[in-house]
Design a protein around this ligand. Sequence first.
Ligand code: SF4
Length: 409
Amino acid sequence: MAVKIIPLEEPEEPPGSCAHTCSSSFASALPVRFPAISRAKAFRNRNFPNTSIAEWNDWHWQLKNRITTVAQLERFVMLTDNERQALQRHSSTLPFAITPYYASLISPVNPKDPVRRAVVPVVNELIVSSGEAHDPLGEDSHTPVPGLVHRYPDRVLFLVTDYCSNYCRYCTRSRMVGKSKRSKGFKERWEKALGYIEKHTEIRDVLLSGGDPLTLPDESLEWLLQRLRAIKHVELIRIGTKTPAVLPQRITTQLTKMLRRYHPLWISIHCMHPAEQTREMKRACERLADAGIPLGSQTVLLAGINDDVTTMKKMMQGLVRMRVKPYYLYQCDPIIGSAHFRTSVAKGLEIYQGLRGHTTGYAVPTYVIDAPGGGGKIPLLPDTVIGREGNDILLKNYEGNVYRYPDTL
Ligand code: SF4
């Protein structure tokens, strides 16, 4: 079927500044369908008393009112000296930003709060440890045209934006996210990437990532999806996003109505802690799932945040309840200043063992290391095949008991 491509106008401002859409008339035109959890509601009443529910539920309002300075953050959070120093000395390449919605999930008093640790910098971020690198996965050396990583034979990673609504302190692409002040010139970059995909007929799977693709305006995203769907050999389009967890208001019915026109389209949601799994996130996932979009999740294993079986099991079971299949559990990439986030591989295996067999198989992600230097994802598994006796293979189950299977030789 021939696909009619709509012309794309480049917006004058990046999505975060949203000068073109942040009017109250836009906000009032949106159906108010997001349940305001009591915590978010109390936060809004306390800190944004003049903001209506319609504005709060408008993703443009959320982006326009992001917290990006120490002074703004100190209105909501009692900062430690360490956090304040990190924010003031902020020489790190990774910017700082939190949506008011996500700020409502942060403990104002506990610096060890997992949500707070994920987005508020500390001075450890400025310390370079052995083995760390700006681009540990060697993505830059697998980049044939700007913004396109071609590492695996039949698929590419298309970095469509460097903008995110929140900046995770452990971001693999901390070297590049949040750099553009304006989105001018993005269409030119996209055209080059699309040209490469068109020429390479072996590419059957395109993963849109960044930055966060769901921070793009609907029109820009649809333009991209139309162009990709017009390429015959592209079978599958995937989107990697953290939006349902940090900016669930973005998952509007208009967006899902548009996305469902471009199937097969899959979405991977970045989730790092059960505290993110609010009713708002649930509603966002429901909207995506109801649009027929298969949902998977990606989680980074983070010291002191989710590196215990109880937290991980709660998170994975919560995802399954939201119709999201836990897909990958990543060992944290050794980006610069990440030592305080990284755990041992033994800890990761222990968590994997605490899930496998102890809960629904659908709730168990594949535990992987994305090999430094560009080796791709390598699965890590506890030893289950422990030997052989004659034709029998000896297997260890989740309880540590040994069983035999008559193997075919
Ligand atoms: S949302 Fe993803 S791309 Fe953006 S800062 Fe977090 S990890 Fe990085």
